[in-house]
Ligand binder design. Structure first.
Ligand code: SF4
Length: 206
């Protein structure tokens, strides 16, 4: 069992494998060799290389929106799929407009595509957000299949709920990244809960 989250040494970040925990994953020679070999595959090398360049160029300067644009340009992606939540439709439109301005073709699919009722997956009235009414389920598998069929080069996820993003990521075929995740309470900034975990949110989280 690895426990990097509790490591105070972090020798890996300095290339010093003497400063590690006994259960350090850096010591897993076979797996590390396998990972290194995979970086040499053409697509992986392109992604890893461009990610490193984007990180260095934008470090503390560029926003994530700018970094996504920069990364997509460097990777020469042309058709970008935008997988988004209805609650962020204004943000999705603005983001799509920005990407179009930068020369990309955008194919966007909303979470409620298909209009499938929640009863289809066995959700009872009392398990709905609003009791006793027809509620349409989010359809992340549909989002993924539609974008796969459109042969997107790259996909961006914007504001999907926990679990819905799990299915979108499971079925999307092209490489993907996330612009933002859904957190209805914190204005889509889930780390707020972490920053407050030992303060105002202590009773809520521990
Ligand atoms: S990889 Fe090893 S050195 Fe790095 S954080 Fe994990 S345990 Fe610590």
């Amino acid at each position: 069992m690895y426990s990097c989250a509790n490591c105070g040494l972090k020798g890996c970040s300095e290339g010093d494998l003497d400063k590690t925990l006994p259960n350090c994953p850096s010591k897993e020679k076979n797996i590390q060799e396998e990972a290194k070999k995979l970086y040499l595959e053409e697509e992986n090398q392109k992604i890893a290389h461009n990610a490193a360049i984007v990180e260095a160029e934008g470090y503390g300067v560029k926003t994530r929106v700018e970094e996504i644009i920069s990364f997509a340009k460097k990777c020469e992606y042309k058709r970008i799929g935008l997988v988004f939540c209805m609650g962020l439709i204004n943000e999705a439109k603005c983001f799509a407009d920005i990407l179009k301005h930068h020369g990309f073709d955008i194919i966007s699919v909303l979470c409620k595509n298909g209009g499938i009722e929640k009863s289809y997956i066995g959700i009872k009235d009392e398990e709905k957000i609003l009791d006793e009414c027809d509620e349409v389920m989010c359809n992340p598998i549909g989002q993924a299949l539609l974008l796969n069929e459109q042969n997107t080069d790259f996909n961006v996820i914007l504001g999907l709920c926990v679990g819905h993003d799990t299915l979108a990521m499971k079925y999307l075929k092209a490489p993907m990244t996330t612009l933002a995740v859904k957190d209805r309470v914190t204005g889509h900034d889930p780390l707020v809960a972490i920053y407050l975990a030992n303060g105002y949110y202590k009773k809520k989280l521990f």
